[in-house]
Design a protein around this ligand. Structure first.
Ligand code: FAD
Length: 402
């Protein structure tokens, strides 16, 4: 691959890089796609404005099912080097201990994970650091001109630029806002170190619809205890300003049942707040170009399906669609449509959107139907808590039982 470096070279002097696939955006989707395609011997260009992904508040935890998607693509080893595994989670509902879940979760700092994956890219797939200045797409060849004048020609263009709009707009696709200001994701470090925390990890659900709290999850991340809270509020609300100013006071009011175990909610470092919009894409069925991960749809972090959706896109593209597309001439829109119509991708996107909408409704809706649903769910949970207590008492009374 050729990329222009230094002022002595001009576009006219440099032969354009010729690749099978040009991927714009080296986040989770772009980097993992480049890794798998590169390992399979495809000629790939991966372009991002920054060599080092900055440390921004994004996904910080995945479950075992999402880890399996990395495993299936041969990426587990590269991912495992950058995660903190968690195997026991105490779950609080209705102000009481509801369950002790024995399951694997993996926490990480998003920037470190992406940089770790970038470092694990095959030698044949270096990151081209640059901004895309011009894009032209067609049924056979795609042409990218970067801001420094270098040119990349590809059979297929993959847009993996996440929330960013520049390349999407240049290609001419539109983002549709399905639910604007849908929720807030809040991230902060707790002052208590992991070894002083009573539990390895805690999840505590909101109690009242009026609180608009989905849940708080507290988990170890390296040598810190990290907290993510998901609430159905907006950045401009007084509640959000108050939370930023005094998270400890507000957490103690909202979740006193886990305060002692979490070091009285003393917070270390800044409170990061991100507004989440649910979006889909329109006008994406085009010659030569495909949209992947958050560049296609964005869902809500509350149900924790974002990384899973991204990895389903990557898995379908590199195991099914891209090999088939490259094996036949042309790259017209009807060929690319197979990816958007792929039942596995469609099911993953639709389920992600459905649970994102449902999680908000079941937490905040005050109509009769939703109040009845909440009552039914909470009654069932309360019965489970009582049943477990009765069984526990019975066991303690039975002679000879420890
Ligand atoms: C606050 C928050 C919390 C979240 N929590 C969870 C969670 O707990 N669980 C979960 O599963 N999901 C969660 N998500 C969702 C998850 O983080 C995303 O779905 C996922 O990171 C999207 O990956 P991506 O590769 O599509 O986009 P990104 O990782 O955003 O990658 C986009 C890349 O494109 C590059 N780029 C941008 N513009 C250009 C350009 N013009 N030219 C070239 N490159 C460009 C960027 O530099 C970046 O490297 C969360 C999201 C947020 C915002």
């Amino acid at each position: 691959m050729t990329s222009v470096k230094g002022s002595e070279m001009t576009t006219a002097e440099v032969a354009p890089a010729e690749v099978d696939v040009a991927i714009v955006g080296a986040g989770m989707a772009g980097t993992t796609l480049a890794m798998v395609l590169g390992k399979a011997g495809r000629k790939v260009a991966l372009i991002d404005p920054h060599r080092i992904h900055h440390d921004e508040f994004r996904a910080e935890k995945i479950g075992a099912d999402q880890m399996q998607l990395f495993t299936r693509l041969g990426l587990e080893e590269a991912v495992m080097r950058h995660v903190t595994p968690v195997s026991s989670i105490h779950v609080f509902r209705l102000g009481q201990l509801f369950a002790r879940e024995q399951k694997w979760e993996y926490s990480f700092s998003y920037g470190s994970l992406i940089n770790g994956l970038r470092d694990a890219l095959p030698r044949e797939v270096p990151i081209t650091v640059g901004k895309v200045a011009e894009v032209s797409t067609g049924p056979d060849r795609q042409r990218l001109v970067l801001a420094d004048g270098s040119v990349i020609n590809a059979r297929l263009l993959v847009v993996a630029t996440g929330y960013s709009e520049a390349v999407r707009r240049a290609v001419g696709v539109e983002r549709i806002e399905l639910s604007k200001a849908h929720s807030l994701s809040i991230g902060f470090d707790l002052a208590i170190p992991p070894h002083e925390c009573a539990y390895q990890a805690v999840t505590c659900y909101g109690k009242r619809a009026a609180d608009r709290v989905a849940y708080l999850t507290v988990f170890p991340l390296g040598n810190k205890m990290r907290a993510n809270m998901f609430v159905y509020r907006t950045v401009a609300e007084q509640w959000t300003r108050d939370f930023r100013e005094n998270p400890q006071k507000m957490l103690n009011q909202l979740m006193p049942e886990i305060s002692a175990q979490c070091g009285d909610f003393a917070v270390a470092g800044p409170v990061e707040v991100r507004q989440i919009n649910l979006t889909t894409t329109q006008g994406h069925r085009r010659d030569g170009v495909v949209f992947v991960g958050d560049a296609f749809w964005t869902t809500c972090p509350t149900p924790g399906v974002g990384i899973g959706r991204v990895m389903v896109d990557v898995e379908r593209l590199c195991t099914v669609h891209i090999p088939a597309w490259l094996a036949t001439p042309g790259m017209a829109a009807d060929k690319i449509g197979a990816y958007y119509d792929d039942p596995v991708k469609v099911a993953s996107d639709e389920a992600g959107m459905r649970v994102s909408l449902y999680a908000k409704q079941i937490t905040t809706e005050t109509g009769l139907e939703w109040r009845a649903r909440r009552l039914r769910n909470n009654a069932a949970r309360q019965l489970m808590i009582i049943g477990r207590r009765v069984r526990h008492l019975g066991l303690r009374r039975e002679p000879g039982m420890a």
